[in-house]
Design a protein around this ligand. Structure first.
Ligand SMILES: C[S@@+](CC[C@H](N)C(=O)[O-])C[C@H]1O[C@@H](n2cnc3c(N)ncnc32)[C@H](O)[C@@H]1O
Length: 209
């Protein structure tokens, strides 16, 4: 029997080639994560990586808020291209990386690791552990890790793909030793199609070493 290997980049390129921003169930006109940056008083010179950024507006609002060291990473080159087109000349201020986070080799260390709705697409232990080891080697001591995933009561799939759903205990256990949980909240996202999706939004400090 023939088995086909799932090609993540190809899959997501197709999604972003066919869906405009407002057609994406995860679309936010006002990115909710900005509030976290404000709450934790992230300074404008912080180096920030948005993992699985898609073509979300978070990059635009971070730039508008004065953040100057932003890296946008996504497995879909198409998503990055769309964000770049939208940003026009402002796109040169961003460090764009088309890569699968599970094999990402960080060229620098970050003060903020932000991931909204990318981590939960990793559904096997191997990929999850790869993600966590990339995360550990990408962040500075004292940095802020923001992970926003589907919560237990969210749908089983997103964009046609199965997702892992989390509660606080599972997420804390999964990250492993040394990560200090700063807060975990449930956030109800209203999709453009008027559906409510429960997200678990957690902030962590990494281990000192
Ligand atoms: C549901 S979208 C969320 C996009 C964006 N974070 C937002 O909040 O609008 C998931 C994003 O994760 C990206 N993604 C999925 N798996 C990934 C992986 N292994 N490495 C990097 N990006 C990934 C997809 O291409 C897509 O842009």
């Amino acid at each position: 029997m023939e088995t086909s290997v799932f090609n993540r980049a190809e899959y997501w390129d197709k999604v972003f080639s066919t869906k405009n921003l407002q057609d994406q169930s995860w679309f936010e006109a006002e990115p909710s994560s900005l509030e976290i940056f404000e709450k934790f008083k992230i300074p404008p010179d912080a180096s920030i990586i948005d993992v699985g950024c898609g073509d979300s507006l978070l990059i635009d609002v971070l730039l508008a808020s004065g953040y100057a060291h932003i890296t946008a990473l996504d497995v879909s080159a198409k998503a990055l291209e769309k964000a770049q087109l939208r940003l026009g000349h402002k796109a040169v201020a961003i460090h764009w990386i088309a890569a699968d986070v599970t094999t990402f080799e960080p060229p620098e260390k970050y003060d903020v690791w932000h991931d909204r709705a990318a981590f939960h697409f990793l559904t096997n232990q191997h990929d999850i552990q790869l993600y966590i080891s990339v995360l550990r080697k990408s962040i500075k001591p004292g940095s802020l890790v923001i992970l926003s995933t589907f919560a237990q009561e969210a749908p089983d799939k997103c964009s046609g793909l199965a997702v892992n759903k989390y509660d606080e205990d599972i997420l804390v256990k999964m990250l492993g030793a040394g990560f200090e949980k700063l807060e975990c909240n449930t956030f109800f996202h209203q999709t453009p199609f008027n559906k409510r999706q429960a997200f678990l939004v957690c902030c962590f400090r990494p281990p000192e070493k």
